[in-house]
Design a protein around this ligand. Structure first.
Ligand SMILES: C[S@@+](CC[C@H](N)C(=O)[O-])C[C@H]1O[C@@H](n2cnc3c(N)ncnc32)[C@H](O)[C@@H]1O
Length: 211
């Protein structure tokens, strides 16, 4: 029987460096749709953090909207590609190579946090990540989060095929009880995000505010 820490979750940097090794952008260069729909909640010059930002599609797009953007990811290959994407689009992003557990999370620093498809996290890592996110938001700051629900196990068009990593509405309400939920939507949609997320998908989107 497989131990929970076997497989792709045992060496996240190595696993993701291999996934990002190609010339293409695995999840494309356009921003995630849930983020695009909700980014107007932040005003230009406000400070936003992109958690596990991958190849930079979300951070670069937010920076081009006039936001001050910090971003980190555990994969140095991804962050190198993100830096190149920012250069080609003349966008300023403060990138770092770091994992959830070793990022230098500032406290009450961000007007927003974007956590888009961060379901690499098992329940224990997810608890630590959500605690960091909540503490890093200023009072009034907004979390914009996108993930997959358990129905995604039938579709297999993206995301980890591991039930405990997926989100449900009650789970997010409980895990993020320190935030006021502004919007929480369980829905299905066609997703076209590079070759990594493609096809009919069972999604969940959340917007929540720190008190
Ligand atoms: C599905 S991708 C999403 C990337 C990006 N948020 C996007 O929407 O394009 C998941 C990302 O999480 C990163 N990652 C995996 N484990 C991590 C960890 N423990 N800490 C920080 N980043 C991690 C991977 O390198 C990868 O870029």
């Amino acid at each position: 029987m497989r131990a929970p820490n076997d497989g792709p979750f045992a060496d996240p940097a190595g696993t993701w460096n291999k996934r990002f090794a190609g010339e293409d952008f695995l999840f494309g260069t356009a921003p995630n749709e849930w983020l695009r729909e909700h980014a107007a909640l932040w005003q230009p010059t406000q400070r936003v953090l992109c958690v596990a930002d991958g190849e930079g599609r979300n951070s670069v797009w937010l920076a081009r909207r006039g936001l001050q953007v910090d971003a980190f990811d555990i994969s140095e290959v991804a962050v190198a590609k993100a830096r190149r994407l920012a250069d080609t689009q003349a966008a300023q992003v403060n990138f770092a190579v770091a994992g959830i557990d070793d990022y230098a999370w500032p406290v009450a620093a961000f007007d927003g946090v974007a956590a888009i498809f961060v379901q690499f996290a098992d329940p224990a890592l997810r608890d630590r990540m959500f605690a960091h996110i909540v503490r890093s938001l200023k009072p009034g700051g907004l979390l914009v989060l996108q993930g997959y629900t358990p129905r995604q196990l039938e579709y297999r068009t993206g995301g980890p095929p591991v039930l405990s990593h997926l989100y449900t509405e009650p789970m997010l309400r409980e895990a993020l009880a320190d935030l006021d939920i502004i919007e929480l939507r369980d829905y299905e949609a066609e997703v076209t995000e590079g070759s990594g997320h493609r096809g009919h998908s069972a999604l969940i989107g959340l917007v929540a505010r720190r008190r």
